[in-house]
Write a protein that binds this ligand. Structure first.
Ligand code: HEC
Length: 319
C-alpha cells in the first residue's frame, strides 16, 4: 500500500466495521418478521439479489490475482489484488445492508433467511478483516509469514463463507431443493443429500409417484401459494411446499380436515370473495380457477391423502 494513505485506509476500515455493527444491531432489533413493511424499503431491498453479484465476482478474483501474482512474479497483479479486495469488502457491506432491507420489509421469515442474513453480515466483516490483514502483512517487506498464515486462511475462509451464503440466498429465491433436484443418485448418496426430488408430473414414471396430491394439487400450491407459504416466507406459520407442512397447518391450527372440505380452513379461504382480506391467495396474483378450487375440495373430501393414486378412467368404463 502506498505509505501516503494510511489515514484514509484506516477511516475506510472503521467506517466499514461500524456499518457492519449497525447492520448487526438492525438485524437483532428488527429481524424479518414475516410482515411486509414500507414500500420504498422494499423497492431498494429488491436490488439485493442483483447487488450481491458484485462482491461475489470481486472476492473470487482476489485469490486468482494473489496466486497469479505470486507464481507469475507479477507485482502489478499483486497490487491489484489488494485494491480488488478493498472493493469486495465495500461491496459486501453495501449488499449485506441492502439484504437486511429486503428481509425486513419483504415479508420474509423463518430460519433460512435469518441464517443467511447473519452469514452475510459475517462475510462483510471477514472481508474487512482480511483487507486489514493484507495491509498489515506486506509480503514484500518481510511480513510473509503473516501474509501466508493469517491473511491466507482469512481469505480462504471469506471465499468459503461467500459460497455458503450465496447458496442460502439461492435457496431463498429458487427454493431449497433447486440445486439438488436433478442431482445424480450416486452423488446424492455420497453427499448424503436427503431432500427428495420435487414431484414432477413428467418425470413421475412409476405408478406410486402418480398420486392426486403430487400431480394435481402440488402444482396449484406451487404456482399460487408457495411464494408466501414456502421456505422464504412462512405467512401465517403455514408451509404449502410439502404434504407434511400442509397437514401440520398454521398459526390457527390445522387448515385441512380430511374427508370434510366444509370444515377445512383452506377451503373457506379460497372461496372467500376477492375483496376479503382472508381470501387466498391474498395478493390477487395467480388466483385459483373454479376448477382448481373444486379439485382441492374433492381431494379433501376423498381423505386428503398423499397416496391416493391418480386414476385415469379407462374409456371403455365411460361407455
Ligand atoms: C401474497 C402472500 C400470500 C399468498 C400468495 C398466499 N397466502 Fe395464505 N396467507 C398469507 C398471510 C399473510 C396469511 C396470514 C394472515 C391471515 O391469517 O390471513 C396467510 C394465511 C393463510 C392460511 C391460514 C393459516 C393459519 O393456520 O392461520 C391459509 C389456510 C392460507 N393462507 C392458505 C393459502 C393458500 C391455499 C394459498 C394459495 C392458493 C395462499 N394461502 C396464498 C399470505 C399469502
Amino acid at each position: 500500500m502506498s505509505p501516503g494513505k494510511p489515514f484514509f485506509r484506516q477511516s475506510a476500515v472503521w467506517l466499514g466495521l461500524s456499518l457492519v455493527a449497525v447492520l448487526a444491531a438492525l438485524a437483532w432489533r428488527w429481524p424479518p418478521d414475516g410482515r411486509e413493511h414500507a414500500a420504498l424499503a422494499q423497492f431498494f431491498g429488491r436490488f439485493h439479489p442483483i447487488l450481491v453479484h458484485l462482491p461475489i465476482g470481486l472476492l473470487f478474483l482476489v485469490p486468482v490475482l494473489e496466486l497469479a501474482g505470486a507464481f507469475g512474479r507479477r507485482d502489478d497483479l499483486r497490487g491489484a489484488a489488494g485494491f480488488v479486495l478493498n472493493l469486495a469488502a465495500a461491496a459486501a457491506v453495501v449488499a449485506a445492508l441492502d439484504g437486511w432491507l429486503l428481509a425486513r420489509s419483504g415479508g420474509y421469515s423463518g430460519p433460512l433467511v435469518v441464517h443467511h442474513m447473519w452469514c452475510g453480515a459475517g462475510l462483510a466483516a471477514l472481508c474487512l478483516v482480511a483487507a486489514v490483514a493484507r495491509g498489515a502483512f506486506a509480503a514484500d517487506r518481510g511480513g510473509w509469514p503473516g501474509f501466508v498464515f493469517i491473511y491466507g486462511p482469512l481469505l480462504v475462509g471469506a471465499v468459503g463463507l461467500m459460497a455458503w451464503t450465496g447458496h442460502q440466498g439461492g435457496q431463498l429465491s429458487h427454493g431449497e431443493t433447486f440445486l439438488t433436484e436433478y442431482m445424480p443418485g450416486g452423488l446424492r448418496a455420497w453427499l448424503h443429500v436427503t431432500a427428495p426430488p420435487r414431484p414432477k408430473p413428467a418425470a413421475a414414471g412409476p405408478a406410486a409417484a402418480q398420486t392426486v396430491y403430487g400431480v394435481r394439487i402440488t402444482p396449484i400450491f406451487n404456482r399460487s401459494c408457495v411464494s408466501c407459504h414456502g421456505p422464504a416466507k412462512v405467512k401465517g406459520d403455514l408451509r404449502l411446499d410439502s404434504y407434511a407442512g400442509l397437514m401440520r397447518g398454521g398459526k390457527d391450527g390445522e387448515d385441512v380436515e380430511p374427508w370434510q372440505p366444509a370444515q377445512s380452513e383452506i377451503v373457506r379461504r379460497i372461496n372467500l370473495p376477492s375483496d376479503d382480506d382472508e381470501r387466498m391467495p391474498n395478493n390477487g396474483k395467480n388466483p385459483l380457477t373454479a376448477d382448481e378450487i373444486h379439485l382441492i375440495e374433492q381431494w379433501i373430501a376423498a381423505g386428503a391423502s398423499d397416496r391416493q393414486p391418480l386414476v385415469v378412467a379407462p374409456l371403455s368404463a365411460a361407455q
